[in-house]
Design a protein around this ligand. Structure first.
Ligand SMILES: C[S@@+](CC[C@H](N)C(=O)[O-])C[C@H]1O[C@@H](n2cnc3c(N)ncnc32)[C@H](O)[C@@H]1O
Length: 299
């Protein structure tokens, strides 16, 4: 899969993530602090750069509904653990896309540990809004903690729809404020020509971030020794800026589906050709099933 050529601004972002992955790869401290914050929900072999814990990994297996030998995309894959773990669990091929070339090298090096041959794990530099992947490439896609800012969401969802085969599913993590009014996931999905198939809240996730940020702050001296000042300053800035907002944060996981019989974006924009997107949400005895299912709280 060819790399996407990045513009100047994206190159600058890529350098920030390269530096982060390079520093973290040279030390076990960040991984250990994630493990402390997640407790026994920490999936050691996934080694996520975010909130991917055992409940999330398990729910993605169920939500993707993939068959062996199909094609999965891990969008914003970082060092690849989420996609590689899913590829092994589901017997599918995976392609990881990320802005950081260094993260992708780490990811490719990890494929043998997941018993995945080179022919079934590919990695390429790309953007969440421009992956460089062909149309209708994938049966399934995951994007964990990599959706980016809200303002970009229509472009990211349009790219996800383009890359998915009709009938394919994407599982995305996202978070939002409980008080700021924003378009719902139904609205965002429909605008992109996707169907919101399922979604649930992860109330334990903001608590995990709160524990993690507390650990980063308490281990400042060790972080400076292991990762250097630049990385530590950036982590502490994130911890101090985000921690106060966690009480108001709603962490969500949504499954979006490209309809089996969808029309092109041009046809959807044409008022003479209205497209009714089929709802795949199960209807139990005339009642809609609850869209957001609670997850058990963990300490
Ligand atoms: C929080 S990490 C999550 C990594 C991985 N999904 C996981 O759960 O371990 C976010 C990832 O998004 C990538 N990223 C940031 N901006 C991006 C963009 N515009 N296009 C593609 N990837 C991007 C970063 O390099 C980073 O690897």
């Amino acid at each position: 899969m060819p790399d996407v050529v990045l513009g100047e601004t994206d190159e600058a972002y890529a350098r920030v993530f390269d530096a982060m992955y390079s520093a973290r790869a040279a030390s076990g401290i960040v991984r250990n602090l994630y493990a402390q914050a997640m407790g026994d929900l920490y999936p050691w072999d996934v080694d996520p750069a975010g909130s991917a814990d055992w409940p999330l990994m398990g729910s993605m297996v169920g939500a993707l509904r993939m068959h062996p030998n199909q094609q999965l995309v891990d969008l914003g894959c970082g060092s690849g653990g989420v996609g590689l773990w899913l590829a092994r669990a589901l017997g599918v091929a995976m392609t990881g896309i990320d802005i950081s070339a260094l993260a992708l090298r780490l990811a490719a090096d990890r494929a043998p540990a997941f018993q995945i041959p080179d022919t079934r794990a590919e990695f390429a530099v790309g953007l969440r809004t421009a992956t460089g992947l062909p149309d209708q490439y994938a049966h399934g896609l995951v994007c964990v903690d990599a959706l980016g800012k809200r303002v970009q969401r229509p472009a990211v969802l349009a790219e996800i729809r383009r890359v998915l085969k009709p009938g394919g599913r994407a599982v995305l993590t996202s978070s939002r404020s409980r008080t700021v009014r924003a378009p719902t996931w139904q609205e965002d999905a429909a605008q992109a020509g996707l169907v919101l198939e399922a979604g649930y809240e992860r109330p334990h996730e903001p608590q995990m971030w709160s524990r993690l940020y507390g650990l980063w702050i308490r281990h400042e001296a060790e972080l400076r020794r292991e990762l250097g000042d630049e990385q530590t300053d950036s982590m502490l800035h994130e911890a101090r800026a985000h921690a106060p907002m966690l009480g108001n944060r709603q962490a969500l996981v949504v499954t979006l589906r490209r309809p089996l019989n969808d029309a092109s974006p041009a046809a959807r924009r044409d008022p003479a050709c209205p497209v009714v997107l089929p709802s795949t949400e199960p209807d139990r005895g005339g009642r809609r099933s609850p869209l957001f299912l609670p997850m058990p709280d963990v300490r």
